[in-house]
Design a protein around this ligand. Structure first.
Ligand SMILES: [Mn+2]
Length: 243
């Protein structure tokens, strides 16, 4: 079995195209949620619908919020959310609202559970630096030995207790040391964290004229992403604040 996991595309159609060009005839694609919220919501949703190999799509927090037309975050995030919702048809929004939270696949590597943030939540924060005890608490009831997640937009691959936890990274809005479209290639018993390149300057200029509010924020994060270390430290401080 070969599976390409494409997480957190976030309306970045060019990044999605770059990954689709790089993937080598997988048996299936798992789209790990947070599809439309970003500069090209409609193009992204429509492109995913044209893929001819089986696509299993999960719901991320942003998909849930775009479908509902509101976010819990408020501020600029909510403004972008309202705009994204306005770019989609009612049918496209309804389908974002109806996606499953998790999917499980079985391959040579064993059973793999795909979720957006954690198996129990579409917005809980876990990172490469989350202490083992906290991660074990999050994974408590999970029977599947391999868990693939996203949401925090930084790739990692770690073992804790009886689990292997992999963050597939973000296709469209990575928090990584280099720009790129980050994804996970699962082939047989091998898991490979990958990065595709595309023309970041061209994408940034395209975003500038997309009509998406706060377009400069998207341009900046594509040209010069928040680094993995900065993002991880930020998410760890938020995570500690919640517990
Ligand atoms: Mn998310």
């Amino acid at each position: 079995m070969r599976v390409a996991a494409l997480y957190d595309i976030h309306g970045n159609i060019d990044a999605l195209e770059a990954v689709l060009e790089e993937i080598d005839e997988p048996d299936a694609i798992v789209v790990g949620g947070d599809i439309a919220w970003g500069p090209f919501p409609r193009l992204t949703v429509e492109r995913l619908a044209t893929i001819e190999i089986p696509v299993l799509t999960l719901q991320g927090n942003a998909d849930r919020e775009v479908a509902a037309g509101q976010t819990s975050a408020g501020g600029w995030v909510d403004e972008v959310n309202t705009w994204c919702a306005s770019q989609l048809t009612e049918e496209q929004r309804a389908s974002l609202g109806n996606l499953p939270a998790t999917v499980t696949l079985v391959g040579e590597i064993g059973e793999v559970l795909f979720c957006h943030a954690t198996p129990r939540s579409d917005e809980e924060l876990i990172t490469s630096q989350t202490p083992d005890a906290a991660l074990i608490e999050v994974l408590g009831g999970v029977k599947t030995p391999i868990v693939v997640c996203g949401h925090t937009h930084t790739q990692f691959d770690r073992n804790v207790s009886r689990w292997r936890v992999i963050n597939a990274g973000s296709v469209g809005l990575p928090n990584e040391d280099l720009p790129g479209a980050y994804w996970l290639d699962l082939e047989g018993d091998r898991l490979q964290l990958r990065r595709a390149e595309y023309d970041y300057e061209a994408t940034a200029s395209r975003i500038r004229t997309s009509g998406c509010p706060y377009s400069e924020r998207f341009e900046d994060s594509i040209l010069q992403p928040t680094t993995a270390a900065e993002a991880t430290a930020h998410f760890e401080s938020l995570r500690k604040g919640r517990h």
